[in-house]
Design a protein around this ligand. Structure first.
Ligand SMILES: [Zn+2]
Length: 135
């Protein structure tokens, strides 16, 4: 929806962790303000999401957002807008406002938070494709 309007969009993958695998069981779209170059999730919405996570027993596994063109972590992504700030959190950036082949992680940018900063896990397309499986 946001992409059709020429805006970035943001979502959360939620699910559970177990057996060394992250299992995504749902996608949540927070209330957010969107522009062509960023998204903002209000503090009240972040609180609401945390309450919902606690009540559901699910974990927030990854944050996902779209970019107008190339997928990468911008300075805004690194410094301000991250919803997930615990070590090990994943952040996925989808290029072209998400108008891409949805099951090709090779074109996504994938970052992980180490407790101090976000690091790109790999820029190798095949390596990224091996990390995800639709079941
Ligand atoms: Zn971004």
């Amino acid at each position: 929806m946001h992409g059709k309007q020429g805006n970035e969009s943001h979502a959360l993958w939620v699910g559970d962790t177990g057996e060394g695998v992250l299992k995504v069981s749902d996608v949540w779209f927070p209330q957010q303000y969107n522009s062509p170059i960023e998204y903002v999730v209000p503090e009240e919405e972040i609180h609401r999401l945390n309450v919902k996570l606690n009540q559901s027993g699910l974990a927030a596994l990854a944050q996902i957002h779209t970019h107008p063109g190339e997928a990468f972590h911008s300075s805004v992504d690194n410094d301000g807008s991250a919803l997930l700030v615990l070590p090990g959190a994943l952040s996925i950036v989808i290029p072209d406002y998400g108008f891409v082949k949805e099951d090709d992680p090779g074109i996504w940018a994938l970052y992980q938070y180490d407790g101090r900063r976000w690091k790109e896990t790999s820029d190798d397309k095949e390596a990224k494709r091996r990390l995800f499986r639709i079941i």
